[in-house]
Design a binder for this molecule. Structure first.
Ligand code: HQG
Length: 192
């Protein structure tokens, strides 16, 4: 690959990341920022989203949007069956109901966090903080990457089977993020 092609590829990747972050912001946290509304399940009209984004100086082509929805490493967003609406698959802080059924979790789930949070987590368990749920993953690698966002990563191993046996409920988002209300300390082990 030539130098120019490399630069073009880097530019288009950083454009994808930047638009994806913008979409996370308006589809999970602050739709009012660009004057869109989400329905009770988090959906908004694609055409309106694109118009309003352009109006605030963040134009997104339909092709780019399709690429982000189809190709995002984490499948953060989804189109409705008729293709008219879009929503974030998880991660909201605003009040919406994704309407996911409760399901039996795998025996073990992981949560990636930072070393500086450990003392507090081992006192009060995992809390959902700004989001609707505590986010867990089946994949250790993913947990490590999430933990890395905050500093020195620590991976927590969650005894999901025991939690479920004690009546804690689990849901799984369309992009395979496991969601639960809270994880009490007794189900948490620091993964070596
Ligand atoms: C921590 C990404 C101290 C918790 C990922 C985390 C995820 C505590 C932070 C999604 C605590 C909350 C969500 C306690 C929890 N004391 N700290 N008692 N309880 N914490 O961002 O799970 O890229 O709300 O460990 O894949 O980090 O956005 O949650 O560090 O699915 O699509 O408080 O974000 O997806 O942080 O990340 P967050 P998270 P996207």
């Amino acid at each position: 690959m030539g130098e120019n092609e490399k630069i073009n590829e880097m530019n288009s990747k950083s454009q994808l990341t930047s638009v994806s972050k913008f979409l996370s912001l308006v589809l999970r946290h602050e739709p009012h920022r660009i004057g869109i509304t989400l329905d009770e399940a988090g959906w908004t009209l694609v055409d309106e989203l694109l118009l309003k984004a352009a109006a605030v100086g963040r134009p997104i082509s339909r092709d780019l949007l399709d690429e982000i929805v189809a190709g995002s490493d984490k499948q953060r967003f989804a189109f409705s069956e008729d293709g008219l609406c879009i929503r974030s698959n998880q991660g909201h802080s605003i009040e919406i109901d994704l309407d996911l059924p409760t399901v039996e979790p795998p025996d073990v789930l992981f949560h990636g966090t930072a070393l500086r949070f450990i003392e507090s987590i081992l006192k009060s368990g995992l809390e959902r903080r700004e989001r609707h749920h505590v986010h867990l993953t089946q994949d250790r690698q993913t947990a490590a990457a999430v933990g890395q966002r905050y500093g020195q990563p620590v991976i927590l191993r969650i005894d999901a089977r025991a939690m479920s046996a004690r009546g804690h409920q689990f849901r799984c988002s369309a992009n395979s993020v496991w969601l639960t209300d809270a994880v009490p300390v007794e189900f948490i082990q620091v993964d070596p």
